[in-house]
Design a protein around this ligand. Structure first.
Ligand SMILES: [Zn+2]
Length: 265
C-alpha cells in the first residue's frame, strides 16, 4: 500500500494534466467529518518517488468548511499540509506569476470559523511558529527565486477596493488571498505541519494591471516543476516541533492531550 504524509491543497487554476508530474492517481477517497464531506481527494505517486494526497481547493463562498478540510487531513493520517493559493500582490515590487513562500499571516476574514474552540475554550497558538520551519525550508530550496511574504487572509469573492489595498499595505501585508486563512490557524490547533505557497495572479486595485503576456502560466509551471523536488526533500518523519508546540498551551490548561481525537472518530 502506498503511504503519503502530505496533503496538497491547490487553489490555483492549473493546465489540464499538470498534476501528472506528481504521478498517476493511485487511489481516491471521500472523507466524512463532523463539519462536512471532503473530497474526493486523490493519492498520486510516481513509481519510485514520493506520494502525495491532492485536493483541489478554492475560496468560493460555498466551499467546504475549512475545519472539515483540516480534520480530513488528520483522518488521512498525514502530518503535513501544503496550501498553494493564487493571490493579489499588495506589495508593489511583486509581479504577476511571481512564486512566493508565506512566512507569516494576518486574518481579515469575518465569515469563517477561525478556530475549533469557538464554543468550548480558548485557542492559544501565539507561541506556535506561523508556518512549519522544515516545510518552509524545503520550499526555499526547491524555489530559491521565491521571496518570503506576509499573507493577508480576506473573504471572497469580492476583490479589494483601492482604499483597502492602501490599508492592507500600511498594515505590512505583501499579498492578499482567500484560501490560506483560517486553514493555517486550524492546522496549528490540530498540531499539523503547515506551509503556504502563493502565486501572484493580479496586482492590487490601486495599481495598473498591465497586459498579461503568459507570465502567470509560466509562474505556475515553474512551481509545478519544482513540487517533486520539494516532496523529495521531505522524505522521512518531521524534524520540526509542530506536533508538540501546543504543549505550552496545554500547560496552561487550555487543551487536553490529543483533544482532536474524539472529533475524528
Ligand atoms: Zn513542522
Amino acid at each position: 500500500m502506498i503511504e503519503a504524509d502530505l496533503l496538497l491543497l491547490i487553489a490555483v487554476i492549473l493546465p489540464p494534466r499538470a498534476l501528472d508530474i506528481l504521478g498517476p492517481v493511485r487511489e481516491e477517497r471521500t472523507i466524512q467529518t463532523r463539519y462536512g464531506t471532503v473530497g474526493p481527494v486523490a493519492l498520486r505517486a510516481l513509481d519510485h518517488g514520493p506520494a502525495v494526497w491532492v485536493q483541489p481547493y478554492s475560496g468560493m463562498p460555498g466551499r467546504t468548511d475549512p475545519r472539515a478540510t483540516l480534520l480530513a487531513a488528520k483522518q488521512l493520517g498525514v502530518q503535513r499540509v501544503l496550501n498553494w493559493d493564487s493571490v493579489v500582490a499588495i506589495n508593489p515590487v511583486l509581479g504577476r506569476g511571481q512564486p512566493l513562500i508565506v512566512t507569516d499571516y494576518m486574518d481579515f476574514t469575518r465569515h469563517q470559523p477561525t478556530t475549533f474552540f469557538s464554543e468550548e475554550g480558548v485557542s492559544d497558538i501565539s507561541q506556535v511558529p506561523p508556518v512549519c520551519p522544515q516545510m518552509t525550508q524545503a520550499l526555499s530550496q526547491a524555489l530559491p527565486m521565491a521571496p518570503g511574504v506576509v499573507y493577508l487572509g480576506v473573504d471572497g469573492p469580492r476583490r479589494e477596493t483601492q482604499a483597502e489595498a492602501r490599508l492592507f499595505r500600511s498594515w505590512g501585508a505583501d499579498v492578499a488571498g482567500q484560501n490560506l486563512v483560517p486553514e493555517i490557524s486550524l492546522a496549528k490547533e490540530l498540531e499539523l505541519c503547515y506551509a503556504g505557497l502563493a502565486t501572484v495572479q493580479a496586482h492590487s486595485a490601486d495599481r495598473p494591471q498591465g497586459h498579461p503576456s503568459g507570465e502567470l502560466r509560466q509562474g505556475l509551471e515553474l512551481v509545478m516543476e519544482q513540487l517533486p523536488t520539494f516532496l523529495a526533500e521531505l522524505q522521512g518523519p518531521p524534524t520540526c516541533d509542530c506536533a508538540h508546540h501546543l504543549n505550552t498551551a496545554r500547560g496552561r490548561g487550555f487543551l487536553a492531550d490529543n483533544w482532536w481525537r474524539e472529533r475524528i472518530e
